[in-house]
Design a protein around this ligand. Structure first.
Ligand SMILES: Nc1ncnc2c1ncn2[C@@H]1O[C@H](COP(=O)(O)OP(=O)(O)OP(=O)(O)O)[C@@H](O)[C@H]1O
Length: 652
């Protein structure tokens, strides 16, 4: 609950009773003897519409009783007249309906008074009634008016009036009683109609208060359930609200902060500058109570005027945790590592050795460099290492360094701030390093990274923080890097195309993946898995193993320059060829040479290693795929970047 308390200078806060009880509106009629007796018939009229408690008292006495009722939640609205009404209004934060003295009431009272004497004293709380002087001539009476502030003050006025020969006094309940004590005639100025009007007003106030209380309770429970610590101050920087997390933060030394100056409670949390400037402060990181907080300071305005300010403190650790969860969730969509060592196909000693090494590397958090020809499974191994490591379940972000022009690769990796360059996105963009935070970043084709970026990468690896383009501050990142290359990096170092220091940094753990031609035992199981998968997808009932058996010798003999990616492509073509035959015996293997020229290079008299890229093959594949590089690469059995690199090198 929002905690509020009462201090002697401040009005008591208001919690309408019926908002909790849900029953009839509860009215409290704070009266004084004379008017109480007079008003009782009206009170009786409200049976069934309201619960009315009649309280007796004047001045401080009446206020104390009213506060007590309020604190105990026994009242929705007060109804009162004269001095009591003024005092309750000033002293309570609760609706108070006033029984108003109308001109007609006064006229009636004066007519009544005239029956006793033609000289009438009118004594009112706080002020006199100027219009009365005009009426008195009409009634042909002499009227003397006085305003009083305290009972003693009133007594002195009666003495004055008595000495001046006035015998009748018209006024409120208290005035009537004191006048009679002074030996004068007292006449109550109110009419029953005015009393009734006062009760009707009180009922309406109670209804509105109940609606407001409902809203207040809702807001209250929202604030109560907020994780963040919230505090609000009024215009004078005094605390008007705190929620439980904030209360906990302020500690037992400030168990009742309401009404206190925030400056005195915690100068570090001050809202004075916000009250003075009216400026919103967002996401300021501040250390308080030995913890880091993300702090917002917001002015509270009513009709444009600053009436207070609010402070919210978010636990920085909770934000970091949420950030990680968000990244993981996003990662599940885009940045997930699907493969594990257990899914990899292979039985050759070279492959098994690579898996064993990969598993060992997964137990560390060190940078890994995977080297091997295009299509040997470098990314698959990187994913498997990630999934076998303590970072499993965290983001795995893969980026192919050969696939981006230099400027784009830089902003992809490091992100940028809003306005960092023309066309930069509003709000900036986080880079892949940030996206991989707590997880793994796989930098494929690292040999294609431009030298300038190599320098930046080295700095990130050393300092474990990145700076977005156009930003001034660095952001810490916790990322494991796995790099891969098909290029001989030492040779590139000699040619000054790769930084030696970066190489040493990346090469901490080295995982060489042999090409398929050096582990021919893996060809059959890989081909079988691919053909079976494709046949199933194509809905062909043929037995993949038996259908493939006559081709195994050729598959094993082939050199596979595109390695497993090429084998997958070839397997797909085999499946498409096979799908036209319903039974194994029908398969016309002799026709296959047309679809798989590389396997039948001898028969087609194609040069050895017919799978290697050459201008004719590339041009044919591009033409066949309508210029689509991705599709052409797939047809050629190479990765998109291999094709791209080949084109770049050959000016195609
Ligand atoms: N041991 C394996 N078992 C099953 N499939 C594999 C295996 N190794 C690689 N593949 C498959 O071969 C294809 C190429 O693998 P991957 O992309 O990991 O190779 P790469 O070395 O990273 O290639 P590039 O250097 O061209 O990016 C993928 O479709 C992958 O699923």
């Amino acid at each position: 609950m929002f905690q509020c308390n009462m201090s002697s200078q401040r009005p008591a806060p208001f919690f309408p009773a019926s908002a909790r009880s849900g029953g009839l509106p509860r009215l409290c009629f704070v009266s004084y003897r004379q008017i109480r007796g007079f008003a009782m018939p009206v009170v009786a009229e409200y049976t069934g519409r309201a619960e009315i408690e009649v309280l007796d008292g004047t001045f401080g006495d009446a206020l104390a009783i009213a506060r007590d009722r309020l604190e105990r939640g026994l009242v929705d609205a007060f109804v009162s007249a004269g001095s009591n009404a003024s005092i309750l209004r000033a002293g309570l934060q609760a609706p108070v309906a006033t029984i108003q003295l109308t001109g007609f009431d006064l006229l009636q009272a004066l007519i009544q008074a005239r029956r006793i004497s033609s000289r009438v004293g009118v004594v009112m709380y706080g002020q006199t009634i100027p219009e009365l002087d005009e009426v008195k001539d009409l009634l042909n009476i002499e009227v003397m008016q006085h305003a009083y502030r305290t009972p003693d003050d009133a007594r002195q006025r009666f003495e004055q009036l008595r000495r001046a020969g006035f015998e009748v006094i018209v006024g409120s309940s208290l005035v009537v009683e004191l006048a009679e004590q002074a030996g004068l005639h007292g006449l109550l100025a109110y009419s029953l109609a005015s009393v009734r009007k006062g009760f009707e007003d009180a009922l309406e106030l109670a209804r509105v208060a109940r609606l407001e209380a409902g809203r207040y309770e809702q807001l209250n429970s929202v604030l109560h359930n907020l994780q963040e610590a919230v505090l609000a101050v009024d215009r004078d920087n005094r605390v008007i609200a705190v929620n439980p997390p904030m209360q906990q933060l302020l500690g037992p030394a400030h168990a009742r902060p309401i009404g206190e100056w925030l400056e005195r409670i915690e100068p570090e949390l001050s809202l004075q500058a916000t009250l003075d400037s009216g400026q919103v402060e967002r996401a300021v990181v501040q250390r308080f109570a030995q913890r880091d907080w993300v702090v917002n300071r917001t002015p509270i305005r009513e009709h444009g005027e600053i009436v207070g300010a609010a402070l919210t403190l978010y636990d920085a650790r909770a934000i970091q945790e949420a950030d990680t969860r968000l990244r993981i969730q996003q990662g599940r969509r885009q940045n997930a590592a699907r493969h594990r060592f257990g899914d990899l196909i292979g039985q050759s000693p070279a492959f098994l050795r690579a898996v064993q090494t990969g598993r060992r590397f997964a137990r560390t958090d060190l940078t890994v460099l995977i080297v091997g020809e295009s299509g040997v499974g470098k990314e698959l191994f990187a994913q498997s290492i990630h999934n076998d490591s303590l970072r499993a379940g965290r983001p795995f972000v893969a980026v192919n360094c050969a696939a981006f022009p230099e400027a784009l690769l830089e902003s992809e990796l490091f992100g940028y701030e809003e306005g960092a360059f023309t066309g930069s996105r509003r709000g900036g963009k986080r880079g892949l390093f940030e996206a991989a935070h707590t997880g793994t970043l796989f930098l494929d084709e690292i040999g294609d990274m431009p030298l300038q970026l190599q320098t930046r990468l080295l700095r990130v690896l050393q300092e474990r923080e990145i700076t977005r383009l156009g930003a001034t501050g660095a952001i810490p990142v916790d990322v494991r890097v796995i790099a891969a290359t098909h290029q001989p990096l030492p040779g590139m170092i000699a040619e000054r195309r790769f930084r030696q220091d970066l190489f040493y940094r990346l090469n901490t753990l080295r995982l060489p993946l042999p090409p398929l031609r050096e582990r021919r035992e893996d060809i059959a199981p890989l081909a079988l898995a691919q053909v079976a998968r494709c046949l199933q997808r194509l809905g062909t009932p043929l037995d993949a193993a038996r259908a493939l058996a006559p081709l195994l010798a050729r598959l094993r003999a082939y050199d596979w320059p595109g390695n497993i990616r090429e084998l997958e492509n070839l397997g797909e073509r085999i499946a498409v060829f096979l799908m036209q035959f319903e039974r194994l015996d029908d398969i016309r293997y002799d026709e296959l040479a047309h679809d798989l020229p590389e396997l039948f290079a001898d028969a087609n008299a194609e040069p050895a290693g017919g799978g290697a890229l050459n201008a004719a093959r590339v041009a044919a594949a591009l033409a066949a795929q309508g210029g689509n590089r991705q599709a052409a690469a797939r047809q050629l059995g190479v990765s998109r970047s291999t094709l791209w690199r080949w084109q770049r090198e050959h000016g195609a």
